[in-house]
Design a binder for this molecule. Structure first.
Ligand code: URA
Length: 433
């Protein structure tokens, strides 16, 4: 087989077969195909797309390019969720213990990510001594013991994706539904869960800017699940404003703790209940989503969900007294009030703009090596459709750096205010089963 012929075939819009796709992925993994040839095929895929069958072959080949985690020693249906990346997205922190408190088995492997704000692992590490680096044996034992564990990806998972993503990043080939879908799904499937719920974000603050793109991405990922005999469902959810009020690692953990105590923001609680009820049905703990939603809500208000989070933190070496008394989390030294001079209704909060400010305050990383400042971030005071008047405080910036007027201006500019309310504020846009 010859890579040049494969590139030419895709250039000419001819469907690739399984052998050709495997030849490509093997060549990427063992470095026998040159970077310029890989990049050339990637660009042909961006321009000419792939059929669902081609994406399934690509995902399957990538998934087997490295370790595939065997979780068969964990009893029960292992469920996992994946978000395509939201600002202020602390859903895993709430959902993992909440689901476990309802009897589901949650074996969650998260990536660290190089986002504007930290990923789930960074958020968890803002709890003193919390370990995300459990061995697979420790992970399996913990899930069998207390039904839940959240760790970083271990082993050599999907090396083909690491190589391909590094090239996509520098060759203008990130924006492609077949490439995004196979990248996400190969990693999810290699980490060994039985049932996966995908939360595909749509809006200005997300990878997918409009509902058509989000629908296509979600549809392809669900098809990959079908093709590979896994129970995969997807929900398209709004990202035209951050989720909840807090952005930044320790600040988000505190908001998650409030939610697990039944005192969280409505959008975050609603999303957790909705995703959770689908996952409890996927996990075969309940036969219908209404009954599942009822028990999820009960556990947020009767202390069972927060008790499970305390158990999870303790099991992974974290200091659980911070969960019992969140005022113990260190605060940033500089808390800056940000006011607006606009009048009307909050129409949209540019989530990416807010995330960019949070990054500069210390909540994220510019490079893989950079350390995160856990207390840094933003606490918003308004949600879409709230009334806004001149002089209102719209947010508090938490930082250990000096006050930077440019960042205050950026945050003010991310607030879009209009005379009338936004008509569509639904959090769940569509469900794809
Ligand atoms: N997330 C991934 O893991 N891969 C992509 O290609 C895009 C988002």
């Amino acid at each position: 087989m010859n890579i040049v012929n494969i590139i030419a075939k895709k250039r000419d819009k001819i469907e690739l077969n399984q052998e050709e796709i495997e030849f490509f992925v093997n060549g990427v993994t063992n470095q026998s195909i040159a970077d310029y040839q890989i990049s050339s095929l990637l660009m042909a895929i961006v321009l000419n797309g792939m059929s669902n069958q081609e994406v399934i072959y690509l995902t399957q080949a990538m998934l087997h390019s490295g370790d595939v985690i065997d979780l068969s020693r964990i009893e029960g249906i292992k469920c996992d969720k994946h978000s395509t990346g939201g600002v202020g997205d602390k859903v895993t922190l709430v959902l993992a213990p909440l689901l476990a408190s309802c009897g589901a088995t949650v074996s969650k492997m998260s990536g660290r990510g190089l986002g504007h704000t930290g990923g789930t692992l960074d958020k968890l590490e803002s709890i003193p001594n919390f370990r995300v680096d459990l061995s697979i044996d420790e992970f399996i034992n913990q899930v069998n013991d207390i039904k839940v564990s959240v760790i970083g990806q271990t082993g050599n998972l999907v090396p083909a994706d690491k190589a391909i993503y590094a090239l996509r990043d520098v060759t203008g080939t990130v924006q492609s539904i077949p490439l995004i879908a196979s990248s996400i799904m190969s990693k999810k499937l290699a980490s060994g869960s039985d049932a996966i719920l995908l939360d595909v974000k749509v809006g200005e603050g997300a990878f997918m800017k409009d509902i058509d793109q989000a629908r296509q991405l979600a549809g392809v990922m669900v098809e990959i699940g079908k093709g590979l005999n896994k129970d995969v469902k997807a929900v398209i959810t709004d990202m035209n404003q951050p989720l909840g009020y807090s952005i930044g690692n320790a600040l988000e953990v505190k908001e998650a703790i409030a939610t697990l105590n039944g005192e969280g923001p409505k959008d975050l609680e609603d999303l957790c209940i909705r995703l959770g009820s689908m996952m409890l049905v996927q996990a075969k703990e309940y036969t219908n989503e209404e009954d599942a939603a009822k028990i999820l809500k009960e556990n947020l208000y009767n202390g069972k969900a927060i008790a499970k989070f305390v158990e999870l933190v303790k099991a992974q070496g974290g200091d659980q007294t911070y969960i019992e008394d969140p005022s113990k989390f260190e605060m940033a030294s500089n808390i800056i009030e940000v006011k607006t001079d606009k009048e009307g209704y909050l129409y949209q909060l540019d989530a990416l703009g807010v995330a960019q400010v949070a990054l500069e305050l210390g909540a994220g990383r510019h490079t893989k090596e950079e350390a995160i400042d856990y207390p840094a971030g933003i606490v918003l005071t308004k949600k879409v459709n709230d009334k806004v008047a001149k002089g209102d405080v719209i947010a508090y910036m938490h930082t250990n750096k000096e006050t930077d007027e440019k960042l205050i201006k950026m945050l003010q500019d991310s607030l879009i205010v209009k005379d009338q309310k936004h008509e569509d504020t639904s959090l769940i846009k569509e469900i794809i089963k």
